[in-house]
Design a protein around this ligand. Sequence first.
Ligand SMILES: [Zn+2]
Length: 470
Amino acid sequence: MILVNQSVSLQDVDVKISVIKRLVYEHVINQVLSSNPVVSVAENILTSLSQEVKDAVQVFIGPLIVELKNRLSSFDITKATQNTNPFGILPVLRHILSKYEALITENSIRETHDEQSGSSQHTSTGIFSGAALKKEADETLFHYTQRRFYKCFNFAKQKIKSLEDFQNLPTNKGKMFLNGMYTDVYTSRVLFCRQYKPSLPVENVSLELEDFNVDEVKKHFRPCAVDPGRKDVFVSYHDNNDLRRLSSREYYAMGGTVRRQQKEQDRKRTSGIEQIEMHIPSPKTTSCLQYVSHLEYMFQHMDALFGFYGFEAARIKWLNYVASQRSIEEAVNILLNGSKKSHREMFQEGDPHKMPLIVFGDGLKNKSQVKYRGLRTDINEFKTSKTCNSCFSNDSENLKCGEGDSARRIHQVLKCKTCNIFWNRDVMASKNIFSIAQSIWTGNDRPTVFQGQTATLNVVASAHSGESTA
Ligand SMILES: [Zn+2]
């Protein structure tokens, strides 16, 4: 396929994959591995093609076969000769790879060029036809990737006969694949699916605000409303003026990761590692010269690199990993219990006999990084960041800073024109979400001020998996 793409005259010809297979297995291999001079392609191999295309294939394939033959030292190539001289085939493999590398380079240049000129004529089909599959609207990224993998590779030998079989792999005993391709430049592994843990019954419950009443909420739950803040990780309101906030800055500083990364970067700079790493010649090449220059470079700087990536670097990597895991836990803890060391004096620990009940603004719905424990229900955010939570009027404006032409609107701060209160937008929104929830729990409808064309429903379907449906 690659070879056909490369030829100018054959570029637009749609040759069936079965024809190419026959060409390779019944002609190319025999011609390359035999000591006889190259002959033209037999009539019966290209039967489905027009005379014009047949001629083009002949002209195209002949010189390529000669190129490969010229790189073989001994003939004929059989299993026996391969046994005595296993490396004899290497120059051929290397030649194929370098052709392939040149093709990739050429294609990437052409694509950049096409982007610049705005032309969309060139469509790169690549080696894998399945890679061009379109993502379905309702398909998750994982299933899309899985479907593409299935299209690209032949799984028949693994006794996987359908996409369904493929998707069911994690449930089969002894069949363990993961999804993804990992490489550290020198090695790579491809893994195809992941294990699904059976979900707990409580995770499949989809509750809506109307399913609760005010007495039940009082007796069994610790309710809170969470606004999907733009600047903060969250702002939450827990009634009785209990307001909790975790800023992005606090979140990232929590485990010390930012501080450590900065220190590490400084260490790289001062020790000269940054410069060294910036100029490593790529090892991904079939050009001997280029690979040798990579090796020389690495040997030249080996002591410096080993000196830097020693126990200290490993220790920092580990600390960062632990910190990132802990930060998520900590963020949830602050939301549910208000219990971070520095916050402890401000908040009471939540009543452990009551279950957290979290009312989310629906803007948070598709954010998969939102982890939560306890029950969750989503609420339509309509007008929650525009309505004053004190007088419930819609008459608010952004705080302005400066005079005349140089005046700037401060997005984060709103002023209610009716009662002259200044609000932090996210605080106001979380309080409003709480007010809506309470109104519904007491048997009233969503307050009229929060109603509108787009908010005919109080509640939008809750996405308990946290998986994006957008
Ligand atoms: Zn007001």
